[in-house]
Ligand binder design. Structure first.
Ligand code: PHE
Length: 340
């Protein structure tokens, strides 16, 4: 037994440990629960009683020796590890990925800039609106079927029934209530409609609506402003056409198409061979709307228009599935590298 102990002792001294794997092997071989030292302790009961004390002490010494070797080698390896990972200031740095702006932010900013250049300010308002600002002040009589044009999310808030705004025309009502003409403003923002989500419809989207009220504002001003916008947004070759339409808050009302940005009006599958793409709704502000906000409709006239940011982005970037804009898939978002 004593010989065995001293043989193992020599073995331990001779054991070379240069990496983590060898260290672990060492631990298993000598210190593990199925290791050599454990086995020797088990053999202790066969040692004659008068030698037990001496052999026991030798065994304890052996175990301490193995443990000490393990500890010191472990520390040495750790130090070595740190040494190897010392900061090397000459190494090239890791590239930091800079984010890109969301395509809808890019398009919204571009729309805002285009209108800023001709004197439109930006106004914002709440997304949770009351009936007055979203409907009544905009000439939607109660129970009028026009309210169904915009599938509304209603919310109960205390006594009052509120709604998620269905358009940012509500912001324009707030501007008219709080200021007197001349008014020249655009209202960008998120709007909500109770629609099933698909490639072509979503329960929320973004709009930029515009309002211009002053003395002698005419339909010709509206048309020229929209032509200017189309050319700035889609290029010098763009032209527009207006088709009669209906909105409760404008009279007359029109829907505006821009000449197809792909085929320049010749006809292709994007414009469904019509040569035209619908981009916005507009019209002359109904006198009832001016009066509802205490603006004298005998003295002032105005025009309004509203466009969907997703729609403009779709034409600009050829992204046909609306859902992509809100899924936040970085593979999609990375492709838009406009200014930060
Ligand atoms: N508010 C209308 C909509 O959301 C758009 C519009 C604005 C139309 C102003 C005409 C004038 O559909």
């Amino acid at each position: 037994m004593k010989e065995k102990i001293s043989a193992i002792e020599q073995e331990i001294t001779a054991e070379a440990i240069t990496n983590g794997e060898q260290l672990e092997q060492f631990r298993i071989k000598y210190l593990g629960s199925k290791g050599l030292i454990k086995a020797l302790f088990a053999d202790l009961k066969e040692v004659p009683n008068e030698q037990k004390r001496e052999v026991g002490q030798l065994l304890n010494g052996l175990r301490t020796k193995a443990q000490e070797k393990f500890d010191s080698q472990k520390e040495a390896l750790e130090n070595q590890d740190q040494e190897e990972h010392k900061l090397d200031v000459t190494r090239p740095g890791d590239a930091i990925e800079i984010g890109a702006r969301h395509p809808l932010s890019l398009v919204r900013s571009e729309i805002i800039e285009i209108f800023n250049r001709i004197g439109f300010s930006v106004s914002e308002g709440p997304e949770i609106e009351d009936d007055w600002h979203n409907f009544s002040a905009l000439n939607f009589p109660p129970e009028h079927p026009a309210r169904d044009m915009q599938d509304t999310f209603f919310i109960e808030k205390g006594e009052k029934e509120m709604a998620l705004r269905t358009h940012t025309s509500s912001v324009q009502v707030r501007v008219m209530e709080n200021s007197q003409p001349p008014i020249r403003t655009i209202s960008p923002g998120r709007v909500y409609r109770n629609e099933a989500i698909s490639a072509r419809a979503h329960c929320f989207f973004h709009q930029v609506e515009g309002l211009y009220i002053d003395k002698d504002v005419s339909f010709a001003d509206l048309k020229q402003t929209l032509l200017y916008f189309a050319k700035e947004m889609f290029g010098e070759k763009a032209h527009i056409r207006l088709r009669p339409s209906y909105f409760p808050f404008t009279e007359p009302s029109a829907e505006v198409d821009v000449s197809c940005t792909i085929c320049n009006g010749k006809g292709c599958n994007v414009c469904k061979y019509t040569g035209w793409l619908e981009i916005l709704g507009c019209g002359m502000v109904d006198p009832n709307v001016l009066e509802a906000s205490n603006i004298d409709s005998k003295e002032y006239t105005g025009f309004a228009f509203g466009m969907g940011v997703e729609r403009i982005a779709q034409l600009k970037y050829r992204v046909n599935d609306l859902r992509l804009y809100s899924e936040n898939d970085v593979r999609f978002l990375k492709q838009f590298t406009g200014g930060i």
